[in-house]
Design a protein around this ligand. Structure first.
Ligand SMILES: CC(C)(COP(=O)(O)OP(=O)(O)OC[C@H]1O[C@@H](n2cnc3c(N)ncnc32)[C@H](O)[C@@H]1OP(=O)(O)O)[C@@H](O)C(=O)NCCC(=O)NCCS
Length: 176
């Protein structure tokens, strides 16, 4: 599991001791409201702990990962993921699977460019490791996230029902 560092940020593996922060993050409606077909805020420490373990398992992969975003003082800011994107029922999978990049920041950390900086860091690292392409799938009302896609220079492919059982705007970034 690798730790990545940029000018302002450290992206490190989630640890069991981070479960309270995860609950405070994903227990908030304003953080989860645009996620997936049926957004559901997290409600318990046990749920958060189980999610920490799933994040660690994904991060055993040589390219994929789910990182805790912190600043250089170790203050927890949010989550950055790079992993196979869930497909809607009946959608044919590709080989290799399509990989999504995603960001979820604590509201106290919004408005500073942290999501864009963290995503750039992870994408640069993944492309250097051989990832050919990443997508972002965004609810059409999620203006802040649509803006992150644009800041990252992702190409807008338009709306699609292929992912997560709902209609989402699809963006792609191809390895340089
Ligand atoms: C989506 C989300 C991560 C966006 O966060 P954000 O802070 O708006 O995004 P960025 O990190 O790119 O920050 C951009 C803002 O920081 C500002 N900024 C300040 N310093 C900056 C810097 N050094 N570099 C870049 N931007 C900077 C920008 O001007 C911009 O503010 P503006 O939109 O008011 O112009 C956040 O809204 C969130 O966590 N939402 C809930 C979870 C979610 O929906 N995730 C996406 C699912 S698809």
């Amino acid at each position: 599991m690798r730790t990545l560092t940029s000018e302002r940020l450290v992206l490190r593996p989630w640890e069991p001791a981070d479960a309270d922060f995860l609950l405070d993050l994903e227990g908030r409606w304003e953080v989860v409201r645009h996620l997936g077909a049926a957004p559901t805020p997290m409600t318990s420490h046990d749920e958060a702990l189980a999610s920490v373990h799933r994040r660690r398992a994904i991060s055993a992969h040589h390219v994929h990962g789910v990182w805790l975003v912190t600043d250089h003082e170790g203050r927890r800011l949010g989550n950055l993921l790079l992993k196979p994107v869930p497909l809607s029922a009946g959608e044919p999978p590709t080989d290799p699977p399509e990989v999504e990049v995603g960001w979820h920041l604590h509201p106290g950390a919004w408005g500073h460019g942290h999501a864009t900086e963290a995503a750039r860091l992870v994408l640069d690292d993944a492309f250097a490791r051989g990832l050919p392409r990443a997508v972002a799938v965004v609810h059409p009302d999620n203006l802040a996230s649509l803006a992150v896609c644009r800041r990252l220079g992702m190409r807008h492919l338009g709306p699609s029902t292929r992912y997560m059982g709902t209609t989402l705007e699809v963006f792609e970034l191809v390895a340089p």
